[in-house]
Design a protein around this ligand. Structure first.
Ligand SMILES: Cc1cc2nc3c(=O)[nH]c(=O)nc-3n(C[C@H](O)[C@H](O)[C@H](O)COP(=O)(O)OP(=O)(O)OC[C@H]3O[C@@H](n4cnc5c(N)ncnc54)[C@H](O)[C@@H]3O)c2cc1C
Length: 465
């Protein structure tokens, strides 16, 4: 029988795997029913369901072994048309969430497919890489990425802070035993697996050369999350708030079948760009950001009409700037397709456009927030009553005062401005700026990488002539 990705209810049921999640300091019974974790879990479930009966179902493509259908981003691209199909499928999901969920289930397809395209580079773990792709392609596994170490002792090599940095404490016949922590693992509490890998300081001893695909429910894993302070009338946070987790590995046994890297050389290739997963990550992230900016631009346009400023030249210019940001992101993503380059057994998104996107997007996102705060100013803060209070005895008399311009009533004003405030101004909106700013790590690394590429491909020399 033809296989299909899991359904929404398969996904929600899979979260009952004995995982240990501590939210706001209290252990969670069932993640899928927790008031602050269930919103995003239900949203992810909705994405899976759309692969079965929603519009996204028509975008599925055959799995590599031909036994079923999968999300296109979970396949290894061989042509520009493959990349175009991947773009359309990512876009279909991202438009459902308006780009507000950073870790949708296609996101880690970037890593696993890039690794599979370079499977021989993984030596004795090559069969594991191929098996991981086959399983995750079939299921469209929902991963979180556990890469960055807790931000402490950044001036010390990892082996001098092994009380914190994740490392292998021993190997057994069954697998490797890992200990340590990973910080800000977005979506860990509602993921099915973690892509765990060393990052940061150079590997001094083999203990730190490790990457693995680890099931979230594995004994010894503990996930600590804090709530994004969200009120009931925060429409985006209620559905899309993700939690950035501290994940603790307390002597966790990872079976050999799930180990992907165990030597320093492959670790360097994994983190250093040769495997190329950052290019695929940029492709997915740009398509997500495109959807987010479309949502923000649409809300902002309506907000200026409600304010009565939509015909002011400066306000129009500000909206145009936000739309230009959307066009730049979409254009660079499409340039990644046009500039696609061979990488292992694949055609990966082009490096120049991918790196240019990574360099540009963080600052542009901050600029966009400032621009909207400048032109919408008091309208953001003019939300004196919640939506559900409309029609109540103390609020009904002031509803005419809450109207918008051009016939918009109080309800529409509160709906539009409340959603835009959540996008830009609340804790949810502020975290999203930090998220976009931190997506590519420190900007100087990206800029140095861009210079290195211009030197390596000879373009800088040509420009100097
Ligand atoms: C909202 C959010 C969600 C995130 N989600 C995830 C996730 O899902 N998975 C994940 O793995 N990570 C995640 N991250 C982490 C993110 O990838 C990092 O924040 C990013 O890579 C920057 O690394 P850092 O925060 O450790 O800062 P650092 O790299 O420590 O940099 C901080 C500053 O110190 C300087 N610095 C640090 N070390 C040195 C050094 N040795 N020499 C010289 N200067 C130094 C840098 O130049 C910089 O100015 C998330 C972060 C945020 C904010």
């Amino acid at each position: 029988m033809e296989t299909r990705p899991q359904t929404g209810s398969d996904y929600l049921a899979s979260l009952d795997d004995g995982r240990v999640v501590v939210h706001d300091g209290v252990q969670v019974d069932r993640v899928a029913e927790h008031p602050e974790l269930s919103g995003v879990a239900r949203t992810i479930a909705g994405l899976y369901d759309a692969l079965h009966d929603g519009g996204a179902a028509s975008l599925l493509v055959p799995t590599a072994d031909g036994t079923g259908l999968t999300h296109p981003f979970w396949t290894v691209p061989q042509s520009r048309d493959d990349l175009r199909r991947q773009r359309e499928a990512i876009r279909a999901w991202q438009r459902m969430t308006h780009g507000w969920v950073g870790r949708t289930p296609e996101f880690m397809g970037a890593l696993i497919t890039s690794m599979a395209a370079h499977a021989p580079a993984f030596g004795r773990f090559e069969p594991n890489v191929r098996a991981a792709l086959a399983r995750d392609q079939r299921d469209v596994t929902h991963y979180a990425q556990a890469l960055v170490n807790p931000p402490v002792d950044r001036d010390l090599p990892p082996d001098e802070i092994d009380d914190i940095v994740l490392h292998v404490v021993r190997e057994t016949d069954e697998g490797i035993v890992v200990r340590g922590a990973k910080a800000v693992v977005t979506g860990a509490a509602t993921a099915q697996r973690l892509l765990v890998s060393h990052f940061g300081g150079e590997v001094q001893t083999d203990a730190f050369a490790v990457a693995a695909s680890v099931a979230v429910g594995t004994p010894g894993i503990r996930i600590y999350t804090r709530g994004t302070p969200a009120r009931d009338d925060q429409p985006l946070a209620a559905r899309f708030a993700e939690h950035d987790a501290l994940v603790v590995f307390d002597d966790v046994l990872v079976p050999w079948d799930d180990v992907l890297v165990r030597d320093a050389e492959t670790m360097l290739a994994f983190n250093g760009g040769e495997i190329g997963w950052n290019r695929r990550l940029a492709f997915q992230a740009a398509t997500r950001l495109e959807a987010k900016l479309e949502h923000i631009a649409g809300l902002a346009a309506r907000a200026t009409e409600i304010m009565g400023t939509s015909e002011r030249r400066g306000v129009q210019a500000a909206l145009g700037e936000v739309i230009a940001f959307r066009h730049t992101v979409a254009g660079l993503r499409d340039a990644m397709i046009e500039q696609a380059e061979p990488s292992g057994d694949s055609l990966r998104p082009g490096s120049r456009a991918a790196l240019a996107f990574s360099a540009m997007a963080p600052d542009a996102y901050s600029r966009m927030r400032i621009t909207l705060q400048t032109v919408l100013s008091s309208a953001f803060a003019h939300l004196p009553v919640p939506l559900e209070a409309l029609g109540t005895e103390p609020v009904a008399p002031i509803e005419p005062l809450l109207r918008g311009s051009g016939g918009a009533d109080a309800r529409e004003r509160l709906e539009v401005m409340g959603e835009l405030w959540d996008a830009i101004g609340t804790g949810f909106g502020a975290r999203h700026e930090l998220y976009e700013r931190s997506y590519w790590g420190q900007p100087e690394r990206t800029h140095v990488g861009i210079l290195g590429l211009a030197r390596a491909d000879g373009s800088l020399d040509r420009w100097r002539d």
